[in-house]
Design a protein around this ligand. Structure first.
Ligand code: ATP
Ligand code: MG
Length: 245
């Protein structure tokens, strides 16, 4: 195990007759930023939901820091912070009260709770607006608050589903800086994005996904070199063409 944070073992997920994930096996190393890149419907969110123990695998398993999502979902939950694709916040409460609510759910109390809230707010740079109602936040600020929620119990692995979609440049910058800062602390980060520039900039490795399969994994420059392509979109097109043929 050693350096492996996430070990995916012959993972398959079906929704009725739709196969969303087909026999995936790969590893994610401790402390890396790992990106999932692929078209709509590739299975990225399904994969993150299984890792977050929200969905169960149809076959196979994922081992997270030694714990099985199938056999020990409660243990896995303690290792993971999950930022879903859809935003789950209470609009009538302030940012701070939203964090307070979630901190309580994580079992944080008293001084430690205060510290963790302050720390999370600092990482996503929401200090100035934390007392405002969430209904007054921009989309990017809500995203940053969602990320703060996922950080408070100090999970060793962070899952973020399209954390930068639809956010302005400043929020995007704050979010990407937060990911880099969390990596420096030794956390493992797994995220999805349709923006190839940010994937190339901050990911140590990228998995190219299509139709429930992983077509390739590696650092962006290696994926491009191996496929004689200048950008990741071309890599995806080339590999998915081969997969279909
Ligand atoms: N709850 C569900 N019930 C039935 N089918 C589903 C469900 N959720 C996802 N699917 C199907 O599973 C496949 C993978 O979907 P998923 O949401 O994981 O893709 P994605 O890569 O996250 O796409 P996007 O880029 O659009 O977010 C798709 O064919 C989708 O229609
Ligand atoms: Mg998705």
């Amino acid at each position: 195990m050693g350096n492996i944070a996430v070990e995916v073992r012959e993972l398959t997920k079906k929704y009725g007759r739709t196969t969303a994930l087909q026999d995936l096996s790969f590893n994610i190393e401790r402390g890396e930023i790992f990106g999932l890149f692929g078209p709509n419907g590739a299975g990225k969110s399904t994969f993150l939901s299984i890792l977050a123990t929200i969905l169960r695998p149809t076959a196979g398993d994922i081992i997270v820091n030694g714990y099985s999502v199938r056999e020990q979902p409660e243990k896995v939950k303690g290792e993971i912070g999950y930022v879903p694709q859809d935003i789950a916040l209470y609009p009538m409460l302030s940012g701070r009260d939203n964090l307070d609510f979630w901190a309580g759910i994580y079992g944080l109390r008293g001084k430690l709770k205060k510290e963790r809230i302050r720390e999370a707010v600092g990482i996503v740079r929401l200090e100035d607006r934390i007392k405002d109602r969430v209904s007054r936040y921009s989309g990017g600020m809500k995203r940053r608050l969602n990320i703060a929620v996922s950080l408070m119990h100090h999970p060793r692995i962070l899952l973020m589903d399209e954390p930068t979609v639809g956010v302005d440049i400043q929020s995007r910058g704050f979010i990407l800086d937060a990911l880099s800062a969390l990596k420096k602390e030794g956390r493992t980060i797994i995220f999805t994005s349709h923006y190839v520039d940010e994937l190339e900039t901050i990911c140590d490795r990228i998995a190219i996904m299509d139709k429930g399969r992983i077509l390739a994994t590696g650092p962006a420059d290696e994926l491009k070199r191996a496929n004689g392509a200048d950008d990741l979109e071309t890599v995806l097109l080339k590999l998915s063409g081969e997969n279909a043929g």
